[in-house]
Design a protein around this ligand. Structure first.
Ligand code: ADP
Ligand code: ZN
Length: 221
């Protein structure tokens, strides 16, 4: 365990393994894993005003409006854990407008790095179609690596199901959305000297090793 946290953004296509890797990195560096997708799904489940606004857009694979997302992230990054140690942002920014807002939000405590977790489209399409998640805690499974007993979560006992937006239509929509809105952020961050590209293919443990090496180098050792 390190004595210093990290402030980073994880970019990557849907199904690149961001969620799994972010959980590992957040434990390693002892910083919160801030997933806007998880926050929105929690809001939908709780039936809050945000959840009502976001629910239909998410199910269709569309983006939630920038101003809404920027407000949520601004508020979350102001919490003491994120201010004190840092964070791993997963799912934000997703548009150039969000990246510009994040640069303002973090002006006094800038990002250490942005990682593009790179996995080819053909690979993520297969992964997403096979993905299953725990409805209660969000733990990830797949048809090839199911929970030990009858689609019941190993972690919390909740039901393991297919995400509403992991249907073929919504997957295609989300990947197109990514290419149009989020892929340009790779160049945007490269131009600002913050980008590291990490190969996200192969066994998850190897991907984690690659990520730790890149993050440690950026944190200045
Ligand atoms: P994925 O990356 O697999 O699509 P996420 O869990 O990150 O899934 O996000 C799920 C959905 O939540 C997105 O398809 C989108 O509707 C919404 N969402 C999450 N983060 C953002 C964001 N930063 N801007 C706009 N919409 C977002
Ligand atoms: Zn669970």
């Amino acid at each position: 365990m390190s004595d210093r946290g990290v402030r980073m953004v994880m970019l990557g296509r849907q199904g690149a393994g961001k969620g799994t890797q972010c959980v590992r990195l957040s434990r390693h560096y002892d910083v919160p894993h801030i997933s806007t997708g998880d926050m929105l799904r929690a809001a939908v489940k709780a039936g809050t005003e945000l959840g009502r606004k976001a629910g239909e857009l998410m199910a269709a694979g569309s983006l939630v409006p920038d101003d809404l997302m920027i407000g949520i992230v601004d508020e979350r990054l102001a919490q003491p854990d994120a201010v004190g140690r840092g964070y791993i942002l997963d799912g934000f920014p997703r548009t150039v407008a969000q990246a510009e807002a994040l640069a303002e939000i973090t002006a006094s405590r800038p990002l250490d790095l942005v990682v593009d977790l790179d996995v080819p489209t053909e690979v993520v399409v297969e992964r997403l179609a096979a993905r299953r998640v725990c409805r209660d805690c969000g733990a990830n499974y797949s048809v090839d690596a199911p929970p030990a007993s009858d689609w019941t979560c190993d972690v919390c006992g909740g039901p393991v199901v297919q995400r509403e937006d992991d249907t073929p239509e919504a997957i295609a929509k989300r990947l197109a959305e990514y290419e149009a809105n989020t892929a340009p952020l790779v160049d945007w961050y490269r131009e600002r000297g913050l980008l590291e590209t990490v190969d996200g293919t192969g066994p998850a443990d190897e991907v984690t090793e690659r990520l730790l090496a890149v993050v440690d180098a950026r944190r200045g050792g």
